[in-house]
Design a protein around this ligand. Sequence first.
Ligand SMILES: [Zn+2]
Length: 463
Amino acid sequence: LVFPVFMQSTLCPIFLVCRMAVDGEHMGSGDWDGRWNHVKKFLERPGPFTHPDFEPSTESLGFLLETCKILVIGAGGLGCELLKNLALSGLRHIHVIDMDTIDISNLNRQFLFRPKDVGRPKADVAADFVNNRIPGYCINICKRWTYTSKKSKTLMNLSTDVKFHIIVCGLDSVIARRWMNGMLISLLSYEDGVLDPSSIIPLIDGGTEGFKGNARVILPGMTACIDCTLELYPPQINFPMCTIASMPRLPEHCIEYVRMLQWPKDTPFGDGVCLDGDNPEHIQWVFQRAQERAANYNITGVTYRLTQGVVKRIIPAVASTNAVIAGRKQTVFFAYIPLNNYLVFNDVDGLYTYTFEAERKENCSACSQVPQDLQFPPSAKLQEVLKYLTENASLQMKSPAITATLEGKNKTLYLQTIASIEERTRPNLCKTLKELGLSDGQELAVADVTTPQTVLFKLKLTS
Ligand SMILES: [Zn+2]
């Protein structure tokens, strides 16, 4: 329902200005006469929505067909739509990533999948479907990466090696969005503080939930990034480590205990296997262990569903975070003025769309290049700093690891993700900043899953 309406709406495609060289002959064997007539209407003539710098040209189609590389992250509800539309729009270098496998409940809307595909990786099936369906030379239209535990590394290599012209996200995870956002920011280059525009890879982010959605265009370093508007996402509730470790009161405490402490210690699925929220066997294991722990503390309410919710960190009320990107509308060819820059869409009851300009945050921890300050009294405990990093609406880190240089040595103050280090550094949580030897102006380096880069904070001790 959403897409047909969207496709006919008046939103202009997000065509930016294409000044890239055109190479190659685009009339390959699979092109019949008139195949690209519709696309040519966008590329070969001016119009009221074209970008002022855009020069209509018959050469742009060649760029679209032969040169432009696009990365689609997520082959689910949005991803299927995106892949189909991008492929039909003439893009031949599409890469798709998805870590999920197909569930029977996906079939009502994820139309590239059939009952026989249940259990297979989404990226594989979606790529095969598009390759088989679209005639001619499109055999290599999609490459696929079904990433597992090495997702960060794969994505990092991908983005630097393949040199995508644009990245489109159809994800259901805030962490993955932020990570991608951070990575594109890390690829920016500045000369004397001036951003080199050729280092910008535009990110189009979208999401849906039911009949609601949103879509946004992010030009990293130029327009508001995901972290600039992090307040749109409800902050996550975090439980203090000491509660989780020694005095659980809620079913969530028991699940968090298993997730954070018992999993890395027991390594039930082998060394180095990360807990995967989409793997039912993993969730089952956590669920059972959490039940055992809950029984020991007379806590009730640990269910499979709650376990899944806590492990996957499913955030209720995601409406505002989700987006519709209707395929062709964001075909990326730099000819039209881009969406500026945040579109909300709702057809729960009638149809409503609204576009506003999300503004950059001056001191955004991801894109501003402004040093981040942390203000605490010397008597504050490290636990409070951790709480701030995870609960502050504009930081919302997940499991920050904090290091500092003390007496010329790099020292890990706290690290949660490796069990042995967590155990060794846990006593630091109850120490004050003064006891830890931190002084005013001290730099703290914080690493977290929400960003591929370490965030530097300057400690300001208040009296
Ligand atoms: Zn930002």
